[in-house]
Design a protein around this ligand. Structure first.
Ligand SMILES: [Zn+2]
Length: 303
């Protein structure tokens, strides 16, 4: 059963609390020590079904091998290929540490601002394909699910997982993170990120988790299950939005990030089921470089 996310501001009265949080500090923490070693050799291709539009996450045939540690690790991605230069030289990179002002503390009160965009997500249940591309496990979608941001519609094309989380909330790293990658007709990307913490069993993950592709390069077809993407989202739909980049080479910028502030839960066995196959696929937080993070309160309705 699907549910719809829409901005309360879209219903007329500005019920949404919209805060622009100037997050300037501590965005550049490197927490490489918290990441585990990758599980063996990675394939040279970052397989993904996205067509070659801007910004593209599709690999170039000559893309070099990259990893999450060592000489092909995140600190060196920008040097591995001229095509990866944005990983080193970009000024609006992802992920970031979203540092919130301390309540009643010394931090100045956040500046109030109403952004021009309205967020609405409409997802449906779908038959999906899963693939282990060596860097993550990715579930591909054909069509039908949309995210509307302002006047622009984005189609959900795939979602995939990171361990540990790539985004941090005031320095806190989570065990996992889901990235739901949406693409507009013009080729622009908007990614909804959902943080995952260890907790109760999550039934919404069962259809995909029951058939996780363990072998790199092997695709799993979920022919007899439907995956309700909305069931993967948390009940609370507060989000932080900012302009960033792909978190994997070529680190292309121009990606709109919508990081949901409330995590979802997976139980220990569910997290283990993923990390037994893929772990340590997390890029360190990148400098904010003066970017702002917009906090939206969004509401949930049934379709
Ligand atoms: Zn990702």
């Amino acid at each position: 059963m699907g549910i719809r996310v829409w901005s309360r501001r879209g219903s007329g009265r500005a019920a949404a609390v919209v805060v622009v949080v100037a997050v300037a500090l501590a965005a550049c923490k490197r927490e490489a020590a918290t990441r585990a070693a990758p599980s063996g050799a990675e394939p040279s291709a970052h397989a993904t079904p996205l067509p070659r539009t801007r910004p593209s996450v599709a690999p170039e045939p000559h893309d070099p091998v990259w990893h999450y540690e060592g000489e092909e690790g995140p600190e060196h991605w920008g040097d591995l290929s001229p095509a990866f230069a944005a990983c080193r030289d970009g000024r609006a990179q992802s992920p970031i540490d979203i540092v919130l002002p301390a309540r009643g503390g010394l931090t100045p009160a956040p500046k109030l601002q109403f952004p021009a965009a309205t967020l609405r997500i409409a997802h449906h249940e779908h038959v999906a394909d899963g693939i282990n591309n060596g860097h993550t496990i990715q579930v591909n979608y054909d069509d039908g699910d949309t995210l509307v941001l302002g006047d622009t519609a984005y189609d959900l094309v795939q979602y995939h997982f990171h361990n540990p989380s790539e985004h941090l909330l005031s320095g806190r790293r989570f065990p996992m993170e889901v990235h739901m990658v949406h693409r507009s007709a013009a080729g622009d990307l908007a990614v909804v990120a959902v943080l995952i913490e260890e907790g109760g069993h999550n039934r919404a993950f069962e259809p995909v988790w029951a058939n996780l592709p363990r072998t790199k390069g092997v695709e799993t077809h979920y022919e007899h299950v439907t995956v309700d993407v909305d069931a993967l989202l948390p009940a609370g739909r507060t989000s932080y939005r900012y302009e960033g980049s792909l978190t994997t080479p070529p680190c292309t910028e121009g990606v709109t990030w919508i990081v949901l502030t409330m995590p979802i839960e997976l139980d220990t066995a569910q997290i283990r089921a993923f990390t037994d196959i893929v772990h340590g696929n997390s890029r360190p937080a990148q400098p904010l470089n003066g970017r702002t993070v917009v906090a939206d309160m969004v509401a949930v309705t049934s379709r």
